[in-house]
Design a protein around this ligand. Structure first.
Ligand code: CDP
Length: 197
């Protein structure tokens, strides 16, 4: 039986941690859709046409070691604004979402575009400062630059014409600015459990 949990939100809001915890708790498969865009961005940064890269994306591209850097995040959000890039990635994500046994997908447009029929939709957010601090703990470097990067990427993701970042009308909002990971997971797991019945 298909059961989809759609988790959207801005950069470093805690989507990944929450998604992995839910997938483990309920035995669902998990797809970090940001990795698809990061992989396309990385190939484009090497000079390939981003649309061709998206159409020819291979599992090995998702295993690259350089996808978590700030530069990879920026490259991802630039190619993510190209409608043909997004279109090339839709079918894979939809098949993943509706696989038997359940799936959690995290990204920017899962509840709005990829899987509007998802059984549970969450929009995970936190203040830009809190998110930038989390990202800085992961990547290090200059904290002010990390905050600028987070703000720039959010603005690009929210203002693009195709599949902009926004909560689905029926998404439940989880603000992780002051919530612990354990509390956020407990809230989300409760929603999933109630929907499973
Ligand atoms: O981990 P973080 O939240 O910083 O970013 P990510 O989820 O890896 O996404 C990287 C970039 O890919 C985002 O800034 C978006 O521009 C793009 N993206 C998207 O457009 N749609 C998705 N479903 C997932 C990511």
């Amino acid at each position: 039986m298909a059961f989809t949990v759609a988790i959207d939100g801005p950069a470093a809001a805690g989507k990944g941690t929450l998604s992995r915890a839910l997938a483990e708790r309920f035995g669902f498969a998990h797809l970090d859709t940001g990795l698809l865009y990061r992989a396309v961005g990385a190939r484009a940064a090497e000079g390939e046409d981003p649309i061709a890269a998206a159409r020819g994306l291979l599992p090995a591209d998702l295993a690259r070691a350089d996808l978590r850097t700030l530069a990879a995040g920026q490259a991802a959000s630039r190619v993510a604004a190209i409608p043909e890039v997004r279109a090339a990635l839709v079918d894979f994500q939809r098949r993943f979402a509706r696989q038997p046994g359940g799936a959690v997908l995290d990204g920017r447009d899962i509840g709005t575009v990829i899987c509007p029929e998802a059984e549970v939709k969450l929009f995970v957010t936190a203040s830009a400062e809190v998110r930038a601090h989390r990202r800085w703990l992961e990547v290090g470097g200059d904290a002010a630059q990390v905050l600028d990067e987070v703000r720039e990427r959010d603005a690009r993701d929210m203002n693009r014409a195709d599949a902009p970042l926004r909560p689905a009308a029926d998404a439940v909002l989880i603000d992780t600015s002051t919530l612990s990971i354990a509390d956020a997971v407990a809230q989300a797991a409760d929603l999933v459990q109630r929907r499973i019945g």
